[in-house]
Ligand binder design. Sequence first.
Ligand SMILES: Cc1cc2nc3c(=O)[nH]c(=O)nc-3n(C[C@H](O)[C@H](O)[C@H](O)COP(=O)(O)OP(=O)(O)OC[C@H]3O[C@@H](n4cnc5c(N)ncnc54)[C@H](O)[C@@H]3O)c2cc1C
Length: 227
Amino acid sequence: MYVCYADSGYLRFTYEATDFSPAKAYDYIIIGGGTAGCPLAATLSESYSVLLLERGSSLNKSVLYESNFFQTLLAANDNDSPAQTFISEDGLQIVRARILGGGSMINGGFYSRADDYSYDNAGIEWDMRAVERAYEWVENSIVTHPARLNRFQTSLFNGLLESGVVPDSGFTFDHVQGTKIGGSTFNDSGIRHGAVELLNNANPENLDVLVHAMVDRVIFSTFNPLG
Ligand SMILES: Cc1cc2nc3c(=O)[nH]c(=O)nc-3n(C[C@H](O)[C@H](O)[C@H](O)COP(=O)(O)OP(=O)(O)OC[C@H]3O[C@@H](n4cnc5c(N)ncnc54)[C@H](O)[C@@H]3O)c2cc1C
């Protein structure tokens, strides 16, 4: 069975924080090697030097299997598990990611593009051609069009239609009204493809990734200690 970590080229520029002496200045330092941090680091590294800091570990093969989804969440603890329990501000006990690839390595894998409302109300003048290219990059790298729905998904799909969430929009990546089949970051063999794989597209000359690198504080200064 193909496991995405078989193609883990990013490990060439991924280091344990304690083994790394960063006597170097970077154009960008990204805190959090998660779902957003990995593609951001890969993209910026095309033209800039980048340091990506992730508090979790780089590799945990068990998260790659769809069948381990609940096991990963149930094993969440305060040490070095890929998922960490915490209590939200409104009092809910929930989990968050602590692994290179972030939430994309522990989540349900459902993939959809954002809705128009989000773009229209973000207060940003989007270059929609760049947005389209970014979606295609991600979709071609880690998203699968599911060949079939499993029993749980079929029940959910039919249940939504029966309760009036219509129309049946079939398969689409777009955010549409009604009930649809979206993409999945699990392939048809139940193997997860997380955001960490997008690091394989980085320029290795320009990117250093540190794991077990917990950022405690950020100090802004005009003084350059490297001279
Ligand atoms: C159980 C579960 C199921 C989900 N299912 C889906 C789904 O099916 N589809 C969907 O679209 N979304 C789903 N989500 C939500 C989705 O995974 C998140 O919205 C998304 O991953 C958030 O991305 P992010 O880059 O903002 O944060 P994250 O991916 O969480 O990345 C943040 C990273 O920063 C690191 N970090 C945090 N603090 C520090 C620090 N001080 N120093 C260094 N590193 C730090 C963390 O370890 C983490 O790796 C699910 C979430 C969960 C928890």
